[in-house]
Design a protein around this ligand. Sequence first.
Ligand SMILES: [Zn+2]
Length: 382
Amino acid sequence: MEPLSSPLLTKTTYISPTPALSIAPAQVIRGVDRLAEAGEAIAAFGSRPVIVGGDRTLKLIQPHLQPIIETHQLKANWANYTPDCSESSLEKLQQIGADHQGDLVIGVGGGKALDLAKLLAYRTRVPIITIPTSGATCAAWTALSNIYTNEGAFLYDVGLAKCPDLLILDYSLIQTAPMRTLIAGIGDAIAKWYEASVSSGHSEETLIVAAVQQARVLRDILFQKSVAALNEPGSQTWREVVDATVLLAGAIGGLGGAQCRTVAAHAVHNGLTHLSATHKTLHGEKVAYGILVQLRLEEMLQGNQLAASARGQLLKFYSDIHLPQTLADLGLGNITLAELRHGAEIACGEKSDIHRLPFKVCPESLMAAMVSTTVPVGATKS
Ligand SMILES: [Zn+2]
């Protein structure tokens, strides 16, 4: 086990100057009630799994994994990732893994549980299986982990050497999650287009061109199918939307790699996580709001009319599927100016992806964008 030192997981530690591509999991098993049939595939990777999840998801998965554990005579250790996907949780889990002599990590849950499980596997050099229990993120697919403080404030992301060895997408599990998680996943996934087209839209590199085009396809699938999917959980259309948020969003991240990065929508999310009042809202909800902020910046600072009409289109879509459009929708209707400035300053930090926008953004203009996400399209001219 490597000693844990701080700062332990900087990007440079993990990404060489010419990073290898980590496009996709080695295997994806998906279907209704497919986990029950995945015992052999799981047992092929190890016999002493550390199963990482949150309170709700470990309880949820236990009756599904227990028969597999018994049939294949696995020695499992169930480990809670709380308080957050943080350095201290990682340290705790590394100790648990070492004590258990774990030879496999199984991550179960939403973005944070899966991110920590992937990082634990990477640090302890064992295989990783991800089992998402909601459609809220593409974390089950990607070779990336986001690290937060114990209080849930975003710190940095870590590129991992590879995508998971096995991803098990069991639609029956996803269907047990609150509807709100899939709505958030739609918000996170649709951001791929608005961010990738800005950060990489002019690239000539084949795989990046492909990633940006897939992001547009992903956006269109979500525009076309989200309402019907949310009206009929478990239907074929619903499964297509789950595939979009969990699989295709991840595939775009894999194909685009480090150059096809997030821009202002995620930077706004990262800033907002430093306001404790946002901890009740989900990652994708904050990102969805962040897309509107990004488009406002493009409207206000660049006079970009395409951004204005894109915002109009998104506002309509958000009303249809109940994604947040304003600070008030995120439970931040009563924050002080100082708090708003604090979030904006973090979002504008030196290393923030907000600076991938083709113009300069300062906290003042970001604050102006953050409070005007729903201003009628065409009402302001730069
Ligand atoms: Zn995201």
